[in-house]
Write a protein that binds this ligand. Sequence first.
Ligand code: DAH
Length: 294
Amino acid sequence: MGGLNEQERPEAGKLANDARSLIESALTEAKTVLGQSELTNRLLNEEIDVTISAPSRPLGGRHPITLVTDDLKDIFIGMGYEIMEGPDIETDYYNFAALNIPENHPAKDEQDTFYLDGGFLLRTQTSPVQIRAMETKPLPIRIIAPGRVYRADQVDATHSPVFHQLEGLVIDEDITFGDLKGSLETFARELFGKSAKARFRPHHFPFTEPSAEMDATCFACGGEGCRVCKDSGWIELLGCGMVHPKVLKTSGIDPEKYIGFAFGLGLDRIAMLKYGVSDLRLMYENDVNFLKQF
Ligand code: DAH
């Protein structure tokens, strides 16, 4: 521009401006075209088919023993019981002595267990939670305590060194054996159906007096006799009894004023009966093909 004269300048300026706007609009157009083709490409490449099934993520289920434990918890919560837990590692005192099983009692032979350093052992039953409840809970007491128990047993179709029990304890004034029967019969009906009956057979447990074992009408045949109940029509369900006055006293409860009943049952066996499992080992092998049936 500097080399042009007065007349030439406006003309040249106009030409330069025209050239700039031509270049600018060409650039804008090129950008639009490029942008559009990039968008088209992305749309084509990133196309997703929402109808393709997603890679499946395996979902776990609840173990049959957990299912049965939850069922029983529901039944007892419905009857006004509170759930309590005790430790798996216990002392001889809670597992045996306080339950009126003294040092050389033969009941200890059947409940051989795993001993740890420092006088500790793996509990052989959930009954020690009774003692812990009586020591810590305000009266009246109405608890259930599900949990793992241990015994030095050889593994076979009906034995495992670890299995599960559910303990129950009720302590109040004026509790009778009739309350025990009524409560446990109600439980049997909740578990096995409205027409189930309960039958009590005298038995012996060191921590209850009197003691009994309770059977319920077989849920599979209704009492006719079948393979599940080994043709007896009954299924052995639990051990129970009136809490021994010695046990109350040991735990700091006045047996002249308070009385109660206790019961204990095996959860593995109930799960096996309910789901038709014939070998206890299946419950502990974590075989997915077994577990995914529940
Ligand atoms: N603890 C007993 C056992 O493992 C079962 C039992 C029986 C528990 C009678 C109780 C009871 O509370 O009253 O064989």
